[in-house]
Design a protein around this ligand. Structure first.
Ligand code: PLP
Length: 421
Protein backbone atom coordinates (compact mmCIF):
# COMPACT_ATOMS: atom_id res chain seq x y z
CA UNK A 1 0.00 0.00 0.00
CA UNK A 2 1.26 3.49 -0.81
CA UNK A 3 2.50 5.57 2.09
CA UNK A 4 3.79 9.03 2.76
CA UNK A 5 7.24 7.79 1.77
CA UNK A 6 5.93 6.68 -1.61
CA UNK A 7 4.14 10.01 -1.90
CA UNK A 8 7.54 11.69 -1.70
CA UNK A 9 9.08 9.28 -4.18
CA UNK A 10 6.22 9.78 -6.61
CA UNK A 11 6.51 13.48 -6.07
CA UNK A 12 10.09 13.44 -7.25
CA UNK A 13 9.25 11.30 -10.28
CA UNK A 14 6.50 13.65 -11.40
CA UNK A 15 8.09 16.93 -10.41
CA UNK A 16 8.93 17.98 -13.95
CA UNK A 17 5.23 17.95 -14.82
CA UNK A 18 4.18 19.48 -11.53
CA UNK A 19 2.54 22.90 -11.48
CA UNK A 20 3.11 23.03 -7.75
CA UNK A 21 6.05 21.10 -6.35
CA UNK A 22 4.75 18.32 -4.18
CA UNK A 23 5.97 18.54 -0.64
CA UNK A 24 6.89 16.30 2.20
CA UNK A 25 3.84 16.81 4.38
CA UNK A 26 5.72 16.28 7.60
CA UNK A 27 8.44 18.75 6.66
CA UNK A 28 5.80 21.46 6.34
CA UNK A 29 4.86 21.15 9.97
CA UNK A 30 7.06 23.27 12.22
CA UNK A 31 8.33 21.28 15.17
CA UNK A 32 7.19 23.15 18.23
CA UNK A 33 8.21 20.69 20.92
CA UNK A 34 11.24 20.70 23.13
CA UNK A 35 10.83 23.93 25.08
CA UNK A 36 8.99 24.73 28.30
CA UNK A 37 5.45 25.96 27.76
CA UNK A 38 6.28 29.46 28.98
CA UNK A 39 3.86 32.31 28.14
CA UNK A 40 6.31 33.43 25.40
CA UNK A 41 6.37 29.93 23.92
CA UNK A 42 2.56 29.79 23.86
CA UNK A 43 2.38 33.20 22.18
CA UNK A 44 4.82 31.94 19.56
CA UNK A 45 2.65 28.86 18.88
CA UNK A 46 -0.37 31.13 18.64
CA UNK A 47 1.24 33.11 15.85
CA UNK A 48 0.53 30.08 13.68
CA UNK A 49 -3.21 30.32 14.47
CA UNK A 50 -4.41 33.71 13.23
CA UNK A 51 -7.81 33.65 14.98
CA UNK A 52 -6.09 33.62 18.36
CA UNK A 53 -5.14 37.28 18.04
CA UNK A 54 -8.48 37.59 19.91
CA UNK A 55 -9.33 35.98 23.23
CA UNK A 56 -10.52 32.81 21.60
CA UNK A 57 -12.49 30.54 23.95
CA UNK A 58 -14.60 28.79 21.33
CA UNK A 59 -12.59 25.63 20.63
CA UNK A 60 -15.64 23.63 21.75
CA UNK A 61 -17.53 25.22 18.85
CA UNK A 62 -15.24 25.26 15.84
CA UNK A 63 -11.52 25.80 16.25
CA UNK A 64 -9.22 27.68 13.91
CA UNK A 65 -6.42 25.61 12.36
CA UNK A 66 -2.72 26.45 12.44
CA UNK A 67 -1.62 27.99 9.13
CA UNK A 68 0.79 25.10 8.31
CA UNK A 69 -2.17 22.70 8.49
CA UNK A 70 -4.10 24.75 5.94
CA UNK A 71 -0.97 24.94 3.79
CA UNK A 72 -0.92 21.14 3.64
CA UNK A 73 -4.57 21.08 2.49
CA UNK A 74 -3.85 23.64 -0.20
CA UNK A 75 -0.69 21.95 -1.48
CA UNK A 76 -2.27 18.51 -1.63
CA UNK A 77 -5.34 19.91 -3.37
CA UNK A 78 -3.18 21.57 -6.03
CA UNK A 79 -1.00 18.49 -6.38
CA UNK A 80 -4.04 16.21 -6.77
CA UNK A 81 -5.53 18.61 -9.27
CA UNK A 82 -2.68 18.04 -11.69
CA UNK A 83 -4.17 14.65 -12.52
CA UNK A 84 -6.76 13.33 -10.11
CA UNK A 85 -6.71 9.85 -11.65
CA UNK A 86 -3.19 9.99 -13.10
CA UNK A 87 -1.38 6.77 -12.12
CA UNK A 88 1.64 8.78 -10.91
CA UNK A 89 -0.46 11.02 -8.70
CA UNK A 90 -3.62 9.24 -7.52
CA UNK A 91 -2.02 6.40 -5.47
CA UNK A 92 0.11 8.77 -3.44
CA UNK A 93 -2.79 11.11 -2.68
CA UNK A 94 -5.06 8.15 -1.91
CA UNK A 95 -2.47 6.97 0.65
CA UNK A 96 -3.68 9.85 2.80
CA UNK A 97 -6.58 7.76 4.08
CA UNK A 98 -4.74 4.64 5.31
CA UNK A 99 -2.03 6.88 6.78
CA UNK A 100 -4.60 8.90 8.70
CA UNK A 101 -6.54 5.87 9.94
CA UNK A 102 -3.29 4.42 11.29
CA UNK A 103 -2.21 7.72 12.83
CA UNK A 104 -5.57 8.49 14.46
CA UNK A 105 -5.96 4.92 15.72
CA UNK A 106 -2.46 4.84 17.22
CA UNK A 107 -3.06 8.11 19.07
CA UNK A 108 -6.40 7.09 20.58
CA UNK A 109 -6.13 3.37 21.21
CA UNK A 110 -7.53 1.67 18.10
CA UNK A 111 -6.31 -0.52 15.26
CA UNK A 112 -6.39 1.17 11.87
CA UNK A 113 -9.04 -1.36 10.80
CA UNK A 114 -11.37 -0.05 13.51
CA UNK A 115 -11.36 3.51 12.12
CA UNK A 116 -13.59 5.00 9.42
CA UNK A 117 -12.78 8.52 8.28
CA UNK A 118 -15.79 10.82 8.32
CA UNK A 119 -16.49 14.49 7.72
CA UNK A 120 -17.94 15.31 11.14
CA UNK A 121 -18.94 13.87 14.48
CA UNK A 122 -22.53 13.90 13.26
CA UNK A 123 -21.66 11.50 10.44
CA UNK A 124 -20.31 9.02 13.00
CA UNK A 125 -23.38 9.43 15.20
CA UNK A 126 -25.55 8.60 12.19
CA UNK A 127 -23.49 5.49 11.39
CA UNK A 128 -24.12 4.39 14.99
CA UNK A 129 -27.79 5.33 15.10
CA UNK A 130 -28.55 3.43 11.85
CA UNK A 131 -26.54 0.38 12.92
CA UNK A 132 -29.46 -1.87 13.77
CA UNK A 133 -32.86 -2.82 12.45
CA UNK A 134 -35.09 -0.82 14.76
CA UNK A 135 -38.40 -2.01 16.11
CA UNK A 136 -41.17 0.13 17.58
CA UNK A 137 -40.67 -1.38 21.05
CA UNK A 138 -36.97 -0.49 21.16
CA UNK A 139 -35.61 2.14 23.52
CA UNK A 140 -32.54 4.36 23.35
CA UNK A 141 -30.85 6.26 26.18
CA UNK A 142 -29.25 9.64 25.58
CA UNK A 143 -28.71 12.31 28.27
CA UNK A 144 -30.02 15.68 29.34
CA UNK A 145 -26.68 17.33 28.38
CA UNK A 146 -26.64 16.80 24.62
CA UNK A 147 -25.71 18.71 21.50
CA UNK A 148 -28.48 18.49 18.88
CA UNK A 149 -26.17 16.18 16.91
CA UNK A 150 -26.75 13.43 19.48
CA UNK A 151 -30.44 14.21 19.80
CA UNK A 152 -31.98 14.69 16.35
CA UNK A 153 -30.79 11.35 14.86
CA UNK A 154 -32.54 9.51 17.71
CA UNK A 155 -35.69 11.64 17.37
CA UNK A 156 -35.63 10.69 13.71
CA UNK A 157 -35.66 7.00 14.67
CA UNK A 158 -38.62 7.75 16.93
CA UNK A 159 -40.44 9.27 13.94
CA UNK A 160 -39.44 6.54 11.49
CA UNK A 161 -39.84 3.46 13.66
CA UNK A 162 -41.54 4.50 16.93
CA UNK A 163 -38.35 4.05 18.99
CA UNK A 164 -38.60 5.59 22.49
CA UNK A 165 -35.84 8.04 23.51
CA UNK A 166 -35.07 8.31 27.23
CA UNK A 167 -32.70 10.73 28.94
CA UNK A 168 -30.22 9.90 31.68
CA UNK A 169 -29.60 12.76 34.11
CA UNK A 170 -25.96 13.78 33.58
CA UNK A 171 -26.24 17.04 35.48
CA UNK A 172 -22.94 17.81 37.23
CA UNK A 173 -22.53 15.60 40.29
CA UNK A 174 -24.88 12.73 39.37
CA UNK A 175 -23.67 9.13 39.31
CA UNK A 176 -23.45 7.77 35.76
CA UNK A 177 -24.51 4.20 36.56
CA UNK A 178 -27.45 5.36 38.68
CA UNK A 179 -28.49 7.78 35.95
CA UNK A 180 -28.48 5.11 33.24
CA UNK A 181 -30.09 2.44 35.42
CA UNK A 182 -32.90 4.86 36.29
CA UNK A 183 -34.05 4.97 32.66
CA UNK A 184 -32.93 1.55 31.38
CA UNK A 185 -35.41 -1.26 30.75
CA UNK A 186 -35.45 -4.67 29.10
CA UNK A 187 -36.27 -2.80 25.88
CA UNK A 188 -33.11 -0.66 25.91
CA UNK A 189 -31.01 -1.41 22.83
CA UNK A 190 -28.59 1.50 22.68
CA UNK A 191 -26.90 4.08 24.92
CA UNK A 192 -25.41 7.15 23.27
CA UNK A 193 -24.01 9.83 25.56
CA UNK A 194 -21.33 12.54 25.31
CA UNK A 195 -17.80 11.64 26.35
CA UNK A 196 -17.52 15.33 27.22
CA UNK A 197 -20.70 17.38 27.28
CA UNK A 198 -20.73 20.60 25.24
CA UNK A 199 -23.32 21.83 27.70
CA UNK A 200 -21.99 21.30 31.22
CA UNK A 201 -18.44 20.19 30.36
CA UNK A 202 -18.83 16.88 32.18
CA UNK A 203 -16.29 14.26 31.17
CA UNK A 204 -17.19 10.60 31.55
CA UNK A 205 -14.07 9.17 33.16
CA UNK A 206 -12.43 5.98 31.87
CA UNK A 207 -13.52 4.08 34.98
CA UNK A 208 -17.14 5.24 34.73
CA UNK A 209 -17.24 4.41 31.05
CA UNK A 210 -15.66 0.97 31.45
CA UNK A 211 -18.06 0.07 34.27
CA UNK A 212 -21.05 1.15 32.21
CA UNK A 213 -19.70 -0.65 29.12
CA UNK A 214 -19.42 -3.95 31.02
CA UNK A 215 -22.93 -3.57 32.41
CA UNK A 216 -24.33 -2.85 28.94
CA UNK A 217 -22.43 -5.68 27.29
CA UNK A 218 -23.99 -8.20 29.72
CA UNK A 219 -27.38 -6.99 28.52
CA UNK A 220 -26.50 -6.90 24.84
CA UNK A 221 -26.98 -3.11 24.75
CA UNK A 222 -24.74 -1.23 22.33
CA UNK A 223 -22.68 1.72 23.69
CA UNK A 224 -21.70 4.80 21.69
CA UNK A 225 -19.82 7.86 22.94
CA UNK A 226 -20.24 11.22 21.22
CA UNK A 227 -16.63 12.40 21.27
CA UNK A 228 -16.87 15.75 19.50
CA UNK A 229 -15.28 17.30 22.61
CA UNK A 230 -12.96 14.39 23.36
CA UNK A 231 -9.65 14.03 21.47
CA UNK A 232 -7.33 16.97 22.11
CA UNK A 233 -9.43 18.10 25.10
CA UNK A 234 -9.21 15.13 27.49
CA UNK A 235 -7.27 11.84 27.46
CA UNK A 236 -8.89 9.42 25.00
CA UNK A 237 -8.19 5.70 24.79
CA UNK A 238 -11.04 3.74 23.21
CA UNK A 239 -9.87 0.50 24.84
CA UNK A 240 -9.95 2.04 28.33
CA UNK A 241 -13.36 3.60 27.68
CA UNK A 242 -14.69 0.19 26.62
CA UNK A 243 -17.27 1.60 24.22
CA UNK A 244 -18.44 -0.14 21.04
CA UNK A 245 -18.47 3.06 18.99
CA UNK A 246 -16.94 6.53 19.31
CA UNK A 247 -17.58 9.50 17.01
CA UNK A 248 -14.95 12.25 16.88
CA UNK A 249 -14.14 15.25 14.74
CA UNK A 250 -10.96 16.97 13.62
CA UNK A 251 -12.28 20.52 13.61
CA UNK A 252 -12.47 21.24 17.35
CA UNK A 253 -9.75 20.40 19.89
CA UNK A 254 -7.47 18.77 17.32
CA UNK A 255 -7.36 22.03 15.31
CA UNK A 256 -7.88 20.17 12.03
CA UNK A 257 -9.56 21.45 8.86
CA UNK A 258 -13.35 21.90 8.91
CA UNK A 259 -15.21 18.85 7.69
CA UNK A 260 -12.98 16.14 9.16
CA UNK A 261 -13.86 13.36 11.56
CA UNK A 262 -13.29 9.75 12.53
CA UNK A 263 -15.57 6.95 13.70
CA UNK A 264 -14.31 4.10 15.89
CA UNK A 265 -16.06 0.75 15.56
CA UNK A 266 -14.71 -1.92 17.90
CA UNK A 267 -13.61 -4.96 15.89
CA UNK A 268 -15.84 -7.23 18.00
CA UNK A 269 -19.04 -5.52 16.86
CA UNK A 270 -18.20 -4.76 13.23
CA UNK A 271 -20.12 -7.70 11.81
CA UNK A 272 -23.13 -6.99 14.01
CA UNK A 273 -23.22 -3.36 12.87
CA UNK A 274 -25.77 -2.91 10.10
CA UNK A 275 -24.88 -0.53 7.28
CA UNK A 276 -27.42 1.97 6.12
CA UNK A 277 -25.39 4.00 3.61
CA UNK A 278 -22.87 2.43 1.30
CA UNK A 279 -21.40 2.59 -2.19
CA UNK A 280 -18.20 2.21 -4.14
CA UNK A 281 -15.12 1.68 -1.93
CA UNK A 282 -17.18 -0.15 0.75
CA UNK A 283 -16.75 -3.57 -0.81
CA UNK A 284 -13.96 -6.01 -1.62
CA UNK A 285 -15.92 -7.20 -4.63
CA UNK A 286 -19.37 -7.15 -6.20
CA UNK A 287 -21.03 -8.54 -9.30
CA UNK A 288 -23.92 -7.67 -11.55
CA UNK A 289 -26.17 -10.35 -10.02
CA UNK A 290 -26.52 -8.76 -6.59
CA UNK A 291 -23.51 -10.32 -4.94
CA UNK A 292 -21.09 -8.22 -2.92
CA UNK A 293 -18.57 -8.65 -0.13
CA UNK A 294 -18.02 -5.86 2.36
CA UNK A 295 -14.51 -4.83 3.39
CA UNK A 296 -13.95 -6.55 6.77
CA UNK A 297 -12.89 -3.25 8.36
CA UNK A 298 -14.54 -0.09 9.66
CA UNK A 299 -13.64 1.67 6.43
CA UNK A 300 -16.62 -0.15 4.91
CA UNK A 301 -18.56 2.88 6.25
CA UNK A 302 -16.66 5.13 3.82
CA UNK A 303 -17.82 5.43 0.24
CA UNK A 304 -17.75 7.71 -2.81
CA UNK A 305 -15.23 10.38 -3.78
CA UNK A 306 -13.72 11.90 -0.70
CA UNK A 307 -11.96 15.02 0.58
CA UNK A 308 -8.42 13.59 0.50
CA UNK A 309 -6.61 16.93 0.76
CA UNK A 310 -8.68 17.82 3.79
CA UNK A 311 -7.86 14.48 5.37
CA UNK A 312 -4.16 15.19 4.69
CA UNK A 313 -4.69 18.40 6.67
CA UNK A 314 -6.29 16.41 9.49
CA UNK A 315 -3.21 14.18 9.56
CA UNK A 316 -1.00 17.29 9.62
CA UNK A 317 -3.02 18.72 12.52
CA UNK A 318 -2.41 15.53 14.50
CA UNK A 319 1.30 15.88 13.76
CA UNK A 320 1.26 19.55 14.76
CA UNK A 321 -0.32 18.61 18.09
CA UNK A 322 2.12 15.74 18.57
CA UNK A 323 5.09 17.98 17.86
CA UNK A 324 4.02 19.82 21.00
CA UNK A 325 3.10 16.61 22.83
CA UNK A 326 -0.49 15.47 23.50
CA UNK A 327 0.29 14.93 27.19
CA UNK A 328 1.76 18.40 27.57
CA UNK A 329 -1.27 19.89 25.84
CA UNK A 330 -3.73 18.07 28.11
CA UNK A 331 -1.68 18.97 31.20
CA UNK A 332 -1.72 22.64 30.29
CA UNK A 333 -5.48 22.56 29.56
CA UNK A 334 -6.06 21.04 33.00
CA UNK A 335 -3.84 23.64 34.71
CA UNK A 336 -5.53 26.56 32.95
CA UNK A 337 -9.03 25.26 33.71
CA UNK A 338 -8.09 24.77 37.37
CA UNK A 339 -6.72 28.32 37.45
CA UNK A 340 -9.94 29.67 35.89
CA UNK A 341 -12.18 27.72 38.29
CA UNK A 342 -10.28 29.02 41.32
CA UNK A 343 -10.18 32.55 40.02
CA UNK A 344 -13.95 32.64 39.31
CA UNK A 345 -14.72 31.17 42.73
CA UNK A 346 -12.37 33.61 44.48
CA UNK A 347 -14.45 36.37 42.90
CA UNK A 348 -17.46 34.93 44.77
CA UNK A 349 -19.14 33.07 41.88
CA UNK A 350 -19.90 29.43 41.10
CA UNK A 351 -18.95 26.88 38.44
CA UNK A 352 -21.51 24.76 36.55
CA UNK A 353 -19.05 22.26 35.07
CA UNK A 354 -17.59 19.51 37.30
CA UNK A 355 -14.50 20.21 39.38
CA UNK A 356 -12.01 17.35 39.81
CA UNK A 357 -11.59 14.27 37.63
CA UNK A 358 -14.72 14.86 35.59
CA UNK A 359 -13.50 18.31 34.47
CA UNK A 360 -12.47 18.97 30.88
CA UNK A 361 -11.37 21.92 28.77
CA UNK A 362 -15.07 22.83 28.52
CA UNK A 363 -15.36 25.21 31.48
CA UNK A 364 -18.90 26.41 32.17
CA UNK A 365 -19.36 29.24 34.66
CA UNK A 366 -22.57 30.38 36.38
CA UNK A 367 -23.09 34.09 35.79
CA UNK A 368 -24.10 36.35 38.65
CA UNK A 369 -27.67 37.74 38.56
CA UNK A 370 -29.00 39.44 36.50
CA UNK A 371 -26.59 38.47 33.68
CA UNK A 372 -27.62 35.93 31.07
CA UNK A 373 -25.40 33.77 28.86
CA UNK A 374 -26.54 35.32 25.59
CA UNK A 375 -26.15 38.88 26.86
CA UNK A 376 -22.64 38.29 28.20
CA UNK A 377 -21.58 36.39 25.08
CA UNK A 378 -22.70 39.35 22.91
CA UNK A 379 -21.03 41.98 25.11
CA UNK A 380 -17.73 40.10 25.37
CA UNK A 381 -17.66 39.58 21.63
CA UNK A 382 -18.41 43.17 20.68
CA UNK A 383 -16.64 45.02 23.49
CA UNK A 384 -13.81 42.81 24.77
CA UNK A 385 -12.69 40.78 21.72
CA UNK A 386 -13.43 37.77 23.87
CA UNK A 387 -15.17 34.87 22.17
CA UNK A 388 -17.16 32.55 24.44
CA UNK A 389 -20.42 30.58 23.94
CA UNK A 390 -23.87 30.55 25.50
CA UNK A 391 -25.17 27.05 26.35
CA UNK A 392 -28.52 25.57 27.47
CA UNK A 393 -28.52 26.99 31.00
CA UNK A 394 -29.74 30.60 30.65
CA UNK A 395 -27.24 31.87 33.23
CA UNK A 396 -24.36 29.69 32.09
CA UNK A 397 -21.47 30.68 29.86
CA UNK A 398 -19.03 28.28 28.21
CA UNK A 399 -15.36 29.23 28.19
CA UNK A 400 -13.55 26.53 26.22
CA UNK A 401 -9.93 26.61 27.31
CA UNK A 402 -7.25 25.15 25.06
CA UNK A 403 -3.50 25.11 25.61
CA UNK A 404 -3.12 28.22 23.47
CA UNK A 405 -5.07 30.31 25.97
CA UNK A 406 -3.35 32.26 28.72
CA UNK A 407 -4.04 33.20 32.33
CA UNK A 408 -4.05 36.88 31.47
CA UNK A 409 -6.80 36.52 28.90
CA UNK A 410 -8.84 34.48 31.39
CA UNK A 411 -8.39 37.34 33.93
CA UNK A 412 -9.31 39.95 31.31
CA UNK A 413 -12.45 38.03 30.33
CA UNK A 414 -13.59 37.65 33.95
CA UNK A 415 -12.92 41.36 34.57
CA UNK A 416 -15.00 42.23 31.51
CA UNK A 417 -17.88 40.07 32.78
CA UNK A 418 -17.79 41.71 36.20
CA UNK A 419 -17.75 45.16 34.64
CA UNK A 420 -21.19 44.34 33.19
CA UNK A 421 -22.72 44.08 36.65
C1 PLP B 1 -20.97 17.10 21.96
C2 PLP B 1 -21.09 17.43 20.49
N1 PLP B 1 -21.51 16.48 19.64
C3 PLP B 1 -21.60 16.71 18.32
C4 PLP B 1 -21.30 17.94 17.79
C5 PLP B 1 -21.41 18.14 16.32
O1 PLP B 1 -20.14 18.06 15.79
P1 PLP B 1 -19.89 18.02 14.20
O2 PLP B 1 -20.11 19.40 13.71
O3 PLP B 1 -18.48 17.56 14.07
O4 PLP B 1 -20.84 17.06 13.62
C6 PLP B 1 -20.86 18.95 18.63
C7 PLP B 1 -20.52 20.29 18.10
O5 PLP B 1 -20.33 21.25 18.78
C8 PLP B 1 -20.76 18.70 20.01
O6 PLP B 1 -20.34 19.63 20.87
Amino acid sequence: MASRRSFLKTALVTSSAAVISPVDLMAMIPRLGGSEMTPEWVLNARKQIPATRDRFFQTAGIAPSPTPVLDVVSKVLHYQNQGPVHPDIYPSVAATEPDLRTHFGALFGAHAHEIALTHSTSEGINIASWSRNWDKDDEVIISNQEHPANTIPWYNLATRFGVTVRRADLTTGTNLMDAVRAVASTRTKFVSIPHVSRNNGRRITDEESATLAAWLRERDIRFHLDGAQGPGCVPVDFRLLGCDYYSACGHKWLLGPKGTGAFFCHEDVLDRTEMSWTGSHSTLSYDQEGGYELIPEARRFEFGTRALATFAGFDAALSWMESIGMDRILKRVDELVTYAEESWQERGHTITSPIGEARSGVLVIRLPEPLTGWQVYESLRSEASSFTSPVDGPRDLRIAIHFINTRSEIDATFNAIESLL
